[in-house]
Design a protein around this ligand. Structure first.
Ligand code: T3D
Length: 262
């Protein structure tokens, strides 16, 4: 297993946990940390024993976005487009395309690209302490790292514009009401609630989960006719798996299936 400096990577019972570990800056994203998150995801994707990924932050925050203290003082001295292409885009695309489910476990603040990171996960469970901000406008930037893609899909265009134009912080309850997070739980229940879902997903048929992920994201972008055709292709593949046979047999025999990912 590759070692990491800026995050903790643990693996247990089919669940890989990636914990950003720069708590003094609320886990602000440096190039090194971004490189390590991509590396940890690649490791989790390759490892056949990993079925689910949980991404979270150490300390009182989830992630405060780009480390503003790590930027060159002279804005002309950097190419932000190249920086996004090199460090952010591969990570966000990897999360979106990775066949395994990713859960963001959010405590405290998720701001700027830190909020994008949470939105690029498939599910979000928030502590009552969670807060979300499209902080970009506060430093005269625009939402990046997939925010313009994920945010309107999660909360609708009017709320996406409200969040992006004002850059205000919203609390966990608002995030839940707006559809930005799946669940809000008490701070001391966050870990249990997250790993209860992670364990259920780790025990579910992995090929079905992978196809459901592709199907849902594709469906959200397609016309109905195209979505129906795409669903059909995936369903033909799902029905041909050994796990499908195992699932049907278990149902008929009133037993609990053990899925094999085949
Ligand atoms: O190449 C590119 O730039 C492309 C990518 C851009 C994407 C982006 O993410 S742009 C948006 C970057 N993020 C922000 O603008 C958020 C900046 N942070 C804040 O506004 C506030 O810190 C928070 C609202 C997130 C939290 O406030 P609060 O009061 O809970 O905590 P705090 O005291 O402000 O922060 C605690 C420490 O973390 C503090 O350090 P100190 O004073 O104790 O030494 C603070 O400076 C540090 N910190 C927080 N956010 C960042 C940070 N340090 C570096 N970069 C940060 N983003």
């Amino acid at each position: 297993m590759v070692g990491f400096t800026w995050l903790e990577f643990e693996q247990q019972e089919g669940i890989a946990t990636i914990r950003l570990n720069r708590p003094e800056s609320l886990n602000a994203l440096t190039d090194d940390l971004l490189r390590e998150i991509s590396g940890a995801l690649a490791q989790a994707e390759r490892d056949p024993f990993v079925r689910v990924v949980v991404i979270t932050g150490a300390g009182r925050g989830f992630c405060s976005g780009q480390d503003l203290k790590a930027l060159p003082r002279d804005p002309d001295a950097r190419d932000i487009g190249a920086h996004l292409d090199r460090f952010y885009h591969p990570l966000i695309e990897k999360m979106h395309e990775m066949p395994k489910p990713i859960i963001a476990m959010v405590q405290g603040v998720a701001a700027g690209a830190g909020m994008s990171l949470a939105m690029a996960a498939d599910l979000r469970i928030a502590s009552q302490t969670a807060r979300f901000s499209q902080a970009f406008v506060r430093i005269a930037l625009v939402p990046d790292s997939g925010a313009s893609y994920f945010l309107p899909r999660l909360v609708g265009i009017a709320r996406a514009l409200e969040l992006a134009w004002f850059g205000d912080m919203i609390d966990a309850e608002t995030a839940l009401n707006w559809g930005l997070v799946n669940r809000v739980v008490a701070p001391d229940e966050l870990t249990d609630a997250t790993y209860a879902w992670a364990k259920r997903l780790a025990a579910a048929p992995p090929l079905s989960l992978a196809m459901i992920k592709r199907e849902m994201y594709r469906g959200a972008e397609s016309r109905l006719h195209d979505a129906l055709q795409y669903e059909k292709g995936l369903q033909v593949a799902a029905a041909g798996t050994e796990d499908h046979r195992i699932g049907v047999e278990a149902f008929l025999n009133k037993t609990t299936p053990t899925f094999r990912g085949r």
